[in-house]
Design a protein around this ligand. Sequence first.
Ligand code: F6R
Length: 259
Amino acid sequence: MRVLICHDAGAAARRTADILCDAVAARPAAVLGLATGGTMEPVYAVLRDRLADGSLDLTATTTFNLDEYVGLQGDHPQSYRATMDRLLFDAAGLPRDRTHLPDGAAPDVAAEAVRYDAAIAAAGGIDLQLLGIGGNGHIGFNEPTSSLGSRTRVKTLTAETRNANARFFGTDEAAPRFAITMGIATILESRACVLLATGPGKAAAIAAAIEGPLSAACPASALQLHPNATMVLDPAAAADLRLRDYYETVHPGGGEALL
Ligand code: F6R
């Protein structure tokens, strides 16, 4: 696992955007796994800037988002479909049928989850998966105790996750209780993944994910099994790491390893 501790949250978002841009430069038809959440918004802002100045071209890529709320139509402003249109897809100019999210309004959401895993496989699998992390260690919406062998399926959100997401919904509107999420095994099949975490609210989860035991109690600890996982952190999210000095020696300023 590569642990990159950047100078601040802005540098961490740019580092994450750089990793995605490098993957697309290496393979213009890359299959990208995307994430939503507040942490990712600055990453998409960097990508929009690069699309605008012509240094990034996403038109040949295919994308699969991690998750979608159950019960929200794609045109609901807080659906992850609408969020991704706003944050990236409208600017990226790739055909809509190559931007995939689970359909949270499908009549049979269990079948939709199975279909989604099959669609990822049919696209050849994910080249690079972006991830955030919940304060409870979730990745996607794989809440603590999710099977480390799980596939895409419906998960009940914890009260903590619903409270964290309530900020995106109106005061008269309840945050959704269920989501379709890629499973942990689905995420582990990506050929590379990069997790971005910023702020003190993520420090405990990051320490558990990187240095804690491999455990369903912290779903992000499953990334310890991934052969090509990168954790991009700001100093606040890295604050509880016992081996922080070591990571900073290997990757000064969150840059490439000195060999
Ligand atoms: C969203 C997702 C979640 C978020 C996580 C962090 O697609 O997969 O795992 O990445 O809940 O959310 P923020 O960044 O809002 O703290």
